[in-house]
Design a protein around this ligand. Structure first.
Ligand code: SF4
Ligand code: FES
Length: 239
């Protein structure tokens, strides 16, 4: 039997001189398999054309639809309204990111700054000869690199992180995951000392307070806390 669901959304346009943050409630008929993508699209088409939110892939791949649902950051396209027995979903934009409007935030700007801060690229002096066969990589090492590469930069770990909210310069779980990814990659010639120079401070590996919410909420189930603990053990020995 279908039911009515109430979607309550924080609306605010920071670029408007007259806009003030306020909640708006929308009531709609729940349909089988209804996700927040379906619900919000229906609201925008039928009830409020002014409502802003972001979706691209609708399949948990692009990372653009992170928002806070009943207090927890999550991917809205993978969130079924049926999983909320009260039928009341309160939606807010993710904290820590620049608000564009309503539920839409600029994760790209944050990720760009983080990528530059942790120098998120292969560092090597070796010339690559593309006419030759690629060098073999140990399958276990390749698996570990691919595992950490599964991050979709959704920003949910950042929105879940107490340290990010207190220290805006903190590179966040996603940034430390990126460091762990290059640390394990044999193509990257950076040493432990180089990584210490990069993130051996409170805006990096020593800033994490181990609250664990990043790993609890990461939609890709990345081993964020394990990797942070591993890097911290490795770098603390250089202090
Ligand atoms: S580590 Fe997980 S939660 Fe954080 S940005 Fe990547 S996929 Fe999203
Ligand atoms: S719309 Fe792409 S992850 Fe949700």
């Amino acid at each position: 039997m279908s039911r009515k669901v109430t979607i309550e959304v924080l609306k605010f346009n920071p670029r408007s001189a007259v806009s003030k943050p306020h909640f708006v409630k929308y009531e709609l008929e729940e349909t089988p398999g209804m996700t927040l993508f379906i619900a919000l699209t229906k609201i925008r088409e039928e009830l409020d054309p002014d409502l802003s939110f972001d979706f691209v892939c609708r399949a948990g791949i692009c990372g653009s639809c992170g928002m806070v649902v009943n207090g927890k950051p999550t991917l809205a396209c993978r969130t079924l309204t049926a999983n909320y027995p009260t039928g009341h979903l309160k939606l807010m934009p993710m904290p820590a990111f620049e608000l564009i409007k309503d539920l839409s935030v600029n994760t790209g700007k944050w990720m760009d700054k983080m990528s530059k801060r942790v120098e998120s690229w292969i560092h090597t002096n070796e010339e690559v000869d593309i006419s030759k066969m690629e060098e073999r990589v140990d399958p276990d090492v390749a698996d570990e690199t691919f595992e950490l590469d599964r991050c979709i930069e959704c920003g949910i770990c950042v929105a879940s992180c107490g340290t990010v909210l207190m220290r805006p310069e903190f590179v966040g779980p996603v940034g430390l995951n990126r460091v762990a990814r290059f640390e394990v990659d044999p193509h990257d010639n950076r040493t432990a000392e180089d990584f210490y120079e990069l993130v051996g401070d409170d805006s990096g590996i020593f800033g994490c307070m181990s609250l664990m919410a990043c790993e609890d909420h990461c939609p890709k189930h990345l081993p964020l806390q394990n990797k942070i603990a591993y890097l911290r053990r490795k770098l603390v020995s250089l202090r």
